[in-house]
Write a protein that binds this ligand. Structure first.
Ligand code: SRM
Ligand code: SF4
Length: 569
């Protein structure tokens, strides 16, 4: 594909999203007026987009859309709120307030762990929004900058208490999150009734019109790639010497979304630009973010993420600009390698001889239903636990810093509320995005069909005696790819209700994008194809060969080397 003509890009008109940010007076808009407006449960005009910078999305229940339309009612507007929780760590005691809010004040009564180490409430009515922000503020949390064109929740390899290195990496994740946060006082004024201190805030890093598009950051500790770093804009891989982090390999430009049929959009794996010593991390973070801020495309949102900026200018030019802005020279990349992406379920001892327990939460959805009382179980644990809850990038939860004397007690609660269950490796490593009914962009089901697909695949794997193996299986309800299907061994991406594109051939550590195998097929067809592929793998694979590696070795799909060319071929 030809590189974009940057001059042409500059001559084009900026998108309306840019106008909204510019006119917003540092993200204030007229949100305050909308909060007083009782005629609608929604936000109007620019505020619909501006509330996202404050961590909220306006949604309506898509299961109810038609019915409400027929009854000539307004769609059932309610907000989704995404908390900011760098590295996913929260005191267990604070969890109780979150649990209470979900039960009392949300339409669904659930808490949803996301694959970026935080949680979302779905279904908060406009009139309850100030209450949720007050509750978060009371427990020293906020939702600032968890959505829209800013640096999102910063990820860090899970279970920081396992070693001093984890603790250090987690501290960096927190620092980066604070450092790159919007400075506007709009959040405090609007949601926490804090007095207007000035009318013109300064945004020294993000600028008056913030970033051209969303931006994602990770801090990683090899050999675990549980954060799926290759999907992120800016990544710091810890390099360790004498049990301390001495610096980071820096990788930039990852992202997974594309648009069906638009070959100018493609997923991309973050690329190495060099090694930096530890004290340079914030300078480099600022230089990368401001380069993307100034060079990113503001005339076309589908070409605005860091990977497109890199493609529009070249990786070398981007790197040189970062060196100039940070006043550094990148050193050659230091050796590192990854062995897995999954969470390490069960009990692990930490540096202080306490314990942590990693629990599998199907789809990250915390709720009470029939005999699955995950929400009550977690709140029972939170009542007696003085340590932390740690949310993982695989939508699971770690109960950490459990003293030896409480180990049995916590295990008993976890068992009795269904938080510990015998589950196949396939299920443990599966993932789906939220999709229906709350996601306005969903084209096909994801979260609500994941278990169905897993059960079918478990049976297929049992038939061919590979039931103890795992395959990374993920579903996304549309090509935005939130379920990170484009880093799976088998990935489904929604096309329309009941129909998906089937991608195969990613690898276990998440450094290879899978390739399309069949387009726009039904659930029934997917299962027929997967049965054939799993059977072939079970018979013809080399000893311990992973499914994705087998698919590529056998040439069942072409290996994606450069996704800009190979993804659409
Ligand atoms: Fe996402 C938009 C849910 C991780 C790429 N994502 C959305 C929205 C907010 C829909 C919307 O814009 O109205 C979804 C809300 C659904 C709901 O009802 O909750 C949504 N994304 C999610 C979550 C909750 C999926 C999950 O099941 O865990 C994840 C929240 C993460 C967080 O806590 O911040 C989530 N989204 C991702 C990821 C995976 C990741 O970051 O590791 C991706 C792919 C990586 C990437 O960014 O390329 C992802 N989401 C998108 C995109 C495509 C962005 C792009 O580059 O084009 C959109 C649409 C957009 O931004 O325009 C999107
Ligand atoms: Fe919604 Fe699509 Fe993201 Fe799934 S992948 S949560 S359907 S935007």
């Amino acid at each position: 594909m030809k590189k974009n003509d940057n001059k042409k890009v500059l001559e084009k008109k900026n998108t309306d999203a840019e106008r909204i940010k510019k006119d917003s007076n540092y993200l204030r808009g007229t949100i305050v007026d909308d909060l007083k407006n009782e005629i609608t449960n929604g936000f109007t005009g620019d505020n619909f987009s501006l509330i996202r910078f404050h961590g909220m999305y306006q949604q309506d229940d898509r299961d109810l859309r038609l019915e409400r339309h027929e009854q000539k009612l307004e769609p059932r507007y309610a907000m989704m709120l995404r908390c900011r929780l760098p590295g996913g760590v929260i005191k267990a005691r604070k969890w109780l307030k979150i649990d209470y809010f979900a039960s009392k004040y949300t339409l669904y009564g659930t808490i949803r762990l996301t694959n970026r180490q935080t949680f979302q409430f779905h279904g908060i009515l406009k009139k309850k929004l100030k209450d949720v922000h007050k509750m978060l503020h009371d427990i020293e949390l906020d939702s600032l900058g968890t959505a829209n064109d800013v640096n999102r929740n910063v990820l860090c390899t899970s279970n920081p208490m396992e070693s001093l290195i984890h603790k250090e990496a987690y501290e960096w994740a927190k620092k980066i999150s604070e450092f790159l946060l919007p400075h506007t006082k709009a959040y405090a004024e609007i949601w926490l009734n804090q007095k207007k201190i000035s009318t013109t805030d300064k945004e020294p890093i993000l600028g008056e019109t913030y970033l051209p598009r969303k931006f994602k950051t990770t801090v990683v500790i090899p050999p675990y790639n549980d954060v799926d770093l290759y999907a992120n804009d800016m990544n710091f891989i810890s390099i360790i010497k004498n049990k301390k982090i001495i610096g980071f390999n820096v990788l930039i430009g990852g992202g997974l979304s594309f648009t069906h049929g638009n070959k100018l959009t493609w997923p991309f794996l973050a690329k190495e630009i060099g090694y930096i010593s530890i004290e340079k991390i914030l300078f480099v973070a600022k230089a990368i973010v401001t380069t993307q801020r100034d060079w990113g495309n503001r005339t076309d949102r589908s070409n605005a993420k860091t990977r497109y900026t890199i493609n529009n200018f070249s990786l070398e030019k981007f790197k040189k600009e970062v060196e100039k802005r940070a006043n550094i020279i990148f050193e050659p990349i230091r050796p590192y390698h990854f062995i897995s992406r999954g969470d390490r379920f069960g009990w692990i001892k930490d540096i202080n001889h306490n314990w942590s327990l990693t629990l599998f939460i199907p789809n990250g959805r915390i709720y009470d239903k029939d005999n699955e009382l995950l929400k009550s179980g977690l709140s029972q644990i939170a009542k007696i636990h003085n340590g932390n809850f740690r949310l993982t990038s695989n939508q699971n939860i770690i109960i950490s810093e459990i003293p030896e004397k409480n180990k049995d007690k916590i295990e008993k609660i976890a068992l009795s509320y269904g938080l510990i269950k015998k589950v196949s490796n396939l299920r443990l490593n599966s993932m789906a995005c939220v999709s229906f009914p709350t996601c306005p962009l969903a084209m096909a089901e994801a979260e609500r069909v994941l278990s169905f697909f897993i059960t079918k695949l478990e049976n297929i794997m049992l038939t061919y005696s590979v039931e103890k193996e795992t395959i990374i299986f993920r579903i996304s309800g549309c090509p935005n790819g939130c379920g990170r299907s484009l880093l799976s061994e088998i990935g489904l991406i929604g096309k329309s209700i009941g129909r998906y594109n089937l991608y195969i051939g990613g690898n276990r550590i998440g450094s290879r994008i899978p390739k399309i195998y069949k387009e726009n097929i039904t659930t029934k067809e997917i299962l027929v194809h997967l049965e054939y592929l799993i059977k072939t793998w079970s018979i013809q694979r080399k000893k311990e060969e992973d499914f994705g590696d087998f698919i590529v070795r056998k040439g069942i799909v072409k290996k994606i080397v450069n996704p800009i060319y190979d993804f659409w071929d």
